[in-house]
Design a binder for this molecule. Structure first.
Ligand code: CA
Length: 243
């Protein structure tokens, strides 16, 4: 059992000042933990490490990771059970990591809602590609979820938006952005989260693309786009979708 990595409170921040994604690595094998700490940091992630589920629970609260890499066989329990626990309380995506490659594990891992699944041994490059793909996805709502705001109805599964039964046409990106706001209805979504989620790799300073999409969305969803009732700008921070 590896206990060398304890809470990395020195590098845990609520919001990384450089806008990097925070990844929580839950892994009890020292060799993997070492390799991930170094490799993922080089790739531009902020890594917080836990070697047990107990440590992971504390880190979930203190570091609010954007993504969790979760080993299945842990000293104090099953990663599958802990993944369920994470999804009960948050929408943080989880990538399951396992030494076992049986189809049952893969299916079970994905059935409980894991965003993806990798089997050891894996190549760092492949893992990072999968992590970025997951971070690019808009935060998913539960599969049957429909969000209503004003007289608008957003159907996540069908990827449609309708106003009193009449479909409002959205581009793929506009839909993803609206789905991201809808997944946090009534809460502020920062510009960084928008860019990280939908435009991975775009420079944070180049936010005109985001503003253009917000403007187009307003023209489609607001009665008076100049005085939005739903898609509100929080100056200097981000946006909030109000019901
Ligand atoms: Ca393990």
């Amino acid at each position: 059992m590896c206990t060398r990595y304890t809470y990395r409170s020195d590098i845990v921040t609520m919001v990384d000042p450089e806008g990097r994604s925070v990844v929580m690595v839950v892994e009890d094998e020292e060799s993997y933990q070492d390799a991930l700490n170094i490799g993922l940091t080089v790739e531009g992630f902020v890594v917080v490490a836990a070697s047990t589920i107990t440590q992971a629970r504390a880190l979930m609260t203190s570091s609010k990771p954007d993504l969790v890499l979760l080993d299945i066989m842990l000293p104090d329990g099953s990663g599958i059970d802990y993944c369920r626990e994470i999804y009960d309380t948050s929408r943080t995506p989880v990538i399951m990591v396992s030494a076992r490659s049986s189809e049952v594990d893969v299916v079970l891992g994905l059935e409980i809602g894991a965003a993806d699944y990798v089997t050891k041994p894996y190549r760092l490059r492949e893992l990072v590609a999968r992590m970025r793909a997951v971070l690019r996805r808009p935060l998913t709502l539960s599969d049957d979820e429909i969000v209503t705001f004003g007289d608008l109805r957003l159907d996540i599964v069908r990827r449609t938006l309708a106003r009193r039964g009449v479909e409002v046409e959205l581009s793929r990106k506009e839909f993803d952005l609206l789905a991201l706001f809808a997944s946090r209805l009534g809460q502020v979504v920062t510009r960084e989260v928008c860019l990280d989620t939908l435009w991975w790799g775009l420079e944070l300073s180049d936010t005109r693309t985001l503003d253009t999409h917000v403007k187009r969305l307003r023209q489609k969803i607001e009665v008076d786009p100049a005085n939005p009732a739903h898609l509100i700008t929080i100056r200097g921070v981000g946006f909030r979708l109000d019901a």
